[in-house]
Design a protein around this ligand. Structure first.
Ligand code: HEM
Length: 100
C-alpha cells in the first residue's frame, strides 16, 4: 500500500521534468537521422519511441550494424525481435527527438 503510494509520488514528480526536457530537446528529421547510420558519418544514432540515442560508443553497434538491425532509423517496431528490453538504451546519451 505505502510502496504503491511511493511509486505514484515518484511518477508525479518525475513526469513534469521529463515532459519539460523532452519539449526542449533539439529536433532532427528522419533524413538527418539516416545520415548517422555508421556509414556516411562517424556518429551512430538510432531512433526509439520518438527519442534519438547516440550509440557511437557501443561495440555492439560497430559500423551501425547490430545483428540484422541498422542504425540511422527509427527502430521502435524492431525491438520486439530483440532478446532484451528497452533498458539497453539507458546508458546512452540522448541526442534529441525525432521529428514526426
Ligand atoms: C535479432 C535482434 C537482436 C539481438 C539478437 C540483440 C542482441 C543484443 C545483445 C546480446 C546485447 C547485449 C546484451 C544486453 O544488453 O542484453 C544487445 C544490446 C543492445 N541492443 Fe540489441 N539485439 C537485437 C535487436 C535490437 C534492436 C532492434 C535494438 C534497437 C531497437 C537493439 C538495441 C540494443 C542496444 C542499444 C544495446 C546496448 C548496446 C551496448 O550496451 O553497447 N537491439 N543486443
Amino acid at each position: 500500500m505505502f510502496s504503491s503510494i511511493g511509486v505514484v509520488f515518484d511518477i508525479v514528480n518525475f513526469l513534469p521534468n521529463f515532459v519539460e526536457e523532452f519539449n526542449c530537446m533539439k529536433e532532427y528529421t528522419r533524413a538527418q537521422l539516416a545520415l548517422r547510420n555508421g556509414q556516411d558519418k562517424e556518429e551512430i544514432w538510432c531512433g526509439f519511441k520518438g527519442v534519438i540515442y547516440d550509440l557511437s560508443s557501443s561495440r555492439l553497434w560497430h559500423d551501425g550494424r547490430h545483428y540484422e538491425h541498422w542504425a540511422g532509423l527509427d527502430l521502435t517496431s524492431e525491438l520486439e525481435e530483440a532478446p532484451h528490453n528497452e533498458r539497453v538504451f539507458e546508458k546512452f546519451r540522448i541526442v534529441g527527438k525525432l521529428k514526426s
